[in-house]
Design a protein around this ligand. Structure first.
Ligand code: SF4
Length: 251
């Protein structure tokens, strides 16, 4: 058996939606299930969007009950309200379990939609021109809470041609959860939307950003590879990157 990841061992994070597929494989092994059941759990959560462990029908009943008794759960964001701005921009107000609120925005450009998701509620960066900066920092979002913005908005019938991490928060101030969310969105066992449509991860994001997981920009791929393969695996934060160094666009 491989090394168990600390986030599993600490017992604090029982949200199955907040696990990458490799993390689920380790969790299933830890809970004495069959390794291949991890893929059922992942695809039922991230592709079929079931809301309870009971609904993961390919799992043996006894294993479902074991997971439930061990305190595992599948989280879901509370979508509080939807607004439409005069220019047609759609805004979605979400609430965390403690009622901390944050927004995601769907920007329309002709027949293309860009979904702008949040990585934090509020933000520490205090950029002078930004309303979120004036709010201050409220909370880091988990990977599950980041991907759930995508799921809830697209499942409400809004297509998203691009996904950008440019809502509330500085993504590289919540690097591990942002990278976790990218891994989950990108996984072929789930939505598999990363490489095609996840376009930007912010760095003081109104000022500068890098392309992330963008096959047209191999240098930027190396940047995100650093975060995915080395930064997270070794427990270090991904390196903050000057986008000009890698041919990124100005923000
Ligand atoms: S990093 Fe982004 S969200 Fe945070 S204050 Fe600056 S512009 Fe606003």
């Amino acid at each position: 058996m491989g090394q168990i990841l600390p986030c599993i061992l600490d017992g604090m994070d029982k949200d199955l939606k907040n696990k990458t597929l490799p993390e689920l494989e380790q969790l299933v092994t830890q809970e004495q299930g069959r390794t291949f059941d991890a893929k059922y759990i992942f695809s039922f959560i991230h592709e079929k969007h079931i809301g309870t462990i009971e609904e993961i029908s390919p799992l043996p009943k006894s294993f479902r009950h074991r997971l439930i008794e061990a305190g595992y759960r599948i989280s879901s964001l509370d979508l509080v309200k939807r607004f439409v701005d005069p220019d047609g921009t759609l805004k979605f107000l979400f609430a965390l379990p403690d009622d901390t609120r944050f927004e995601a925005v769907l920007l329309r450009d002709g027949d293309r939609n860009t979904l702008c998701i949040s990585s934090q509620a509020g933000c520490k960066m205090a950029c002078g021109f930004c309303a979120t900066g004036a709010v201050g920092y409220l909370a880091n979002l988990t990977g599950a809470q980041i991907v759930d913005q995508v799921y809830q908005i697209t499942r409400a019938g809004h297509s998203a041609h691009n996904i950008v991490y440019m809502g509330m928060g500085e993504p590289f101030d919540n690097t591990q959860e942002v990278l976790r969310s990218v891994r989950i969105l990108n996984d072929p066992a789930g939505q598999h939307i990363g490489q095609r449509r996840i376009d930007q991860v912010g760095y003081r994001h109104a000022a500068a950003y890098v392309h992330a997981i963008d096959s047209r920009n191999p240098a930027a791929n190396r940047v995100i590879d650093y975060g995915l393969d080395d930064g997270v695996a070794d427990g270090h934060e991904a390196r903050l990157v000057n986008p000009h160094e890698y041919g990124g666009r100005d923000g």
